[in-house]
Design a binder for this molecule. Structure first.
Ligand code: SF4
Ligand code: SF4
Length: 607
């Protein structure tokens, strides 16, 4: 966001914004003094906007090492009298859940909003867990927007609720909200005071058992007050008229509003605690109520209970009744499943595209990606020997695809290292753990210490491309980039040495023979070893204008059409027309790896 756009005041100016941009803007309007995150799609862009905007305002913004630390940074600010905003994707809330569970007990002094972005249908995630359960588990209020405009306004409402109740508020979004664009209304930007003051109160903020017991009572009282606010909240409202009732929340509301006719919709924006009185009153008015929500039937279960408590005969339909799907995000077609229950508008089709048979295009590592070279080198070093590949979260998870086949097991961020220790102890197989540099800092380090401590023997390959590539090239402690000024980068080799790793090698994956040799040596070592495969992400270099491109071509007079380059190395810049392999010059970045793979040296730099 440009400085000009940042200053788009006066109040009331309208702008077309991505919801993530609108959320970032709302943070500035709300006077957030401290914001922290670990990047995760679908929330990543918020960090990009806040990072650039924080340079022009008094806000402190950081990319934390992981979500747990981000939450701790935000909580410290909020108990010191500063508004704070912490955000991540749904699985990040698992990492942050430890401090989050206690924060509801001790509470905050100034507003704190925690955004968790769910990813129904798992567009870029390993599961589609539902963050809403965390609000209930942690005993904190939760609000859920359905549009970019609501997302922006709910940031403000979240801070108001948080300050009124002295508790953090969970703002739950989902992919289709985070990545939608809409018209939003801008507010004036206040001056931000960067420094707070923490008044000690150990009998509130140090939850030893005696204090935590008081905190638990405080939390329960707080949720009672939250219920009263939820009952009166304008975030819960009715729209439409009809004989069937619909209760909808989050982006599911948008589908209901757009495609269902003759229904009265109770839109829930303040979804934890649920406005019981309002819902019960709504239930009594209808014979049939459909609950519209993505992921778990959380609202539906409560609505069923409320119907029973009210003794009303209202039929409650939704996921539990089998009328709506339990898995994956909603689409307009999801609404069609309700045709027998309610009138559904005719949906406009897009015949223009329907008749075009599109080829399937699985996600691939980019042309010139150093990870491809590392995986290729690992395969070569193994020379047909079997090994278990414990992989992690990042672009390099795409090593899963043939012919690289370099991913056998994955759970979550940082799991490759811990799991590799488990495999090393549980099997006699060679074990290789892959982890990216950012993920290493995020949560790979404890697994390394565990491996050293317990003498697990496996090879750790750090795929160091100098950035958090998958979410948009955010910095991490190894990059030396920080906000607002540069910082001393953490040296991975030195860090590993400090953790007690003795066998450490560093290679440039573009030098295939040296990489193969280093991996061979490490595999023959009978102790925990680490290879740092270091080469900057070419996409990040390209964005910074620092990529030195060379053009490679195939000399057809030397090429014997063995297709080794095409089938074994599989760079997407290589194409095969049925007879010849050629290099697509627009895609090739000139890494030169295919030239090293070719047995006939037929690939060379174009003169
Ligand atoms: S590996 Fe070399 S010889 Fe084989 S198809 Fe590719 S360019 Fe031709
Ligand atoms: S030089 Fe070869 S491997 Fe490297 S980007 Fe170009 S085509 Fe791909």
């Amino acid at each position: 966001m440009s400085k000009e756009r940042l200053n788009l005041v006066p109040q009331g100016t309208k702008a077309l914004m991505l919801a993530n941009e609108a959320i970032a803007r709302a943070c500035l309007e709300a006077g957030v003094a401290v914001a922290a995150t670990y990047p995760g799609t679908p929330s990543s862009e918020i960090g990009g906007y806040l990072e650039s905007m924080s340079k022009h305002t008094g806000m402190y913004f950081e990319y934390s090492i992981n979500e747990k630390v981000a939450l701790e940074v935000g909580a410290a600010a909020a108990v010191s009298g500063l508004r704070s905003f912490v955000f991540f994707k749904h699985v990040g809330l698992n990492v942050a859940s430890d401090p989050f569970m206690s924060l509801g007990y001790v509470g905050v002094r100034k507003g704190m909003v925690v955004l968790s972005a769910d990813d129904p249908s798992m567009h870029s995630s390993q599961n589609e867990q539902d963050s809403r359960f965390y609000a209930r588990l942690a005993g904190v209020p939760m609000i859920e927007p359905a549009t970019p405009a609501e997302a922006k306004e709910m940031v403000h409402v979240g801070f108001e609720i948080s300050e009124k109740l002295e508790t953090p508020v969970l703002l739950r979004t989902s992919t289709r909200v985070n990545h939608a664009r809409g018209i939003v209304e801008l507010r004036a930007l206040p001056n931000i005071s960067r420094k707070g003051h923490f008044e000690k109160d150990p009998f509130r903020f140090v939850p030893v058992p005696a204090v935590a017991r008081k905190g638990r009572i405080r939390q329960l009282e707080c949720m009672k007050s939250a219920l009263a606010i939820s009952e009166e909240s304008p975030l819960n409202f009715e729209i439409g008229d009809g004989s069937v009732g619909i209760i909808a929340s989050g982006v599911a509301y948008t589908y209901a509003k757009e495609f269902i006719e003759d229904a009265c919709i109770l839109k829930l924006g303040f979804t934890w605690p649920l406005p019981e009185y309002k819902v019960k009153k709504f239930l009594r008015r209808f014979d049939r109520v459909i609950v519209f929500e993505e992921l778990a039937p959380l609202v539906e279960e409560h609505v069923q209970r409320m119907a029973r408590e009210e003794g009303c005969q209202t039929q409650v339909l939704g996921k539990l009744s089998g009328h709506l799907p339990m898995a994956f995000e909603y689409t307009p077609d999801t609404v069609l499943a309700l045709r027998e229950q309610i009138s559904v508008k005719n949906m406009k089709k897009t015949p223009k595209f329907e008749s075009i048979p599109l080829p399937t295009r699985p996600p691939v590592l980019c042309a010139g990606c150093p990870h491809r070279a590392t995986f290729y080198a690992v395969k070569k070093a193994l020379n047909g020997r079997e090994a278990i590949f414990s992989t992690d979260i990042g672009c390099y998870t795409l090593g899963l695809n043939p012919p690289l086949n370099s991913a056998d097991f994955l759970l979550c961020m940082g799991s490759s290292v811990g799991a590799a220790g488990g495999f090393a102890e549980s099997t006699d197989q060679k074990v290789i753990a892959f982890i990216g540099d950012s993920t290493l800092f995020h949560s790979g380090i404890p697994g390394i210490i565990n491996a050293v401590f317990n003498k697990h023997h496996f090879l750790l390959v750090v795929l160091d491309n100098g950035t958090t590539a998958m979410t948009g090239h955010q910095p991490h402690p190894g990059t030396g980039r920080s906000s607002p000024s540069p910082t001393t980068p953490v040296d991975i080799e030195m860090m590993l040495k400090g953790l007690g790793v003795h066998n450490i090698g560093t290679v440039d994956p573009y030098d295939l023979s040296a990489t193969i040799q280093a991996i061979k040596t490490a595999l023959d070592t009978d102790e925990f070893s680490a290879i740092i495969s270091r080469r900057p992400c070419p996409l990040a270099l390209m964005r910074r204008g620092k990529l030195e491109r060379k053009a490679f071509i195939i000399d057809k007079s030397k090429c014997v059409r063995c297709r080794t380059c095409f089938t074994k190395f599989t760079c997407p810049a290589l194409s095969w027309d049925g007879i010849d392999v050629s290099i697509i010059s627009e895609l090739c970045i000139g890494c030169g790896c295919c030239a090293q793979v070719c047995p006939k040296r037929a690939i060379e730099v174009s003169k």
